[in-house]
Design a protein. Structure first.
Length: 131
């Protein structure tokens, strides 16, 4: 049978262990989900230009961290994605296209689609389809 003093001691011990674990995690040198600063900057620059229901396609980038940072749904395509598949994004309802500047040439498939540049983030190009 547990006495009140023993229950209090065990509860205090669990609380102390939880607080210690929280402290260790907060000062840890390793962030378990780090976003590169340039990608974080892209999020900060792009977020004000987005509408609540925008679907975003990232071309030449398979990391979901920017979608996560923007709290949006969308697509991730590698730089070797066939151009006709990228072109299908227009029919699939993509609103925003984002790509690292090094893959800007892939975006020529959207040359005949009305578009509006959104941000001038370092290393990235982003535009809205059908503004």
């Amino acid at each position: 049978r547990w006495t009140a003093a023993r229950r209090l001691s065990v509860t205090a011990g669990i609380l102390a262990l939880s607080l210690f674990a929280t402290f260790v995690r907060s000062v840890s040198f390793h962030n378990w989900y780090e976003i590169d600063r340039s990608r974080l900057r892209l999020c900060e620059d792009l977020r004000p230009a987005l509408r609540p229901d925008d679907l975003i396609a990232f071309v030449g980038d398979l990391s979901p961290d920017v979608l996560y940072c923007l709290d949006r749904r969308g697509w991730l395509f590698s730089e070797i994605t066939p151009r006709n598949q990228l072109r299908d994004l227009v029919a699939d309802g993509a609103d925003i296209i984002v790509a690292p500047r090094q893959y800007e040439g892939l975006l020529e498939v959207f040359a005949d689609v009305p578009r509006e540049p959104l941000v001038d983030a370092p290393g990235y190009v982003a535009f809205r389809l059908r503004p």
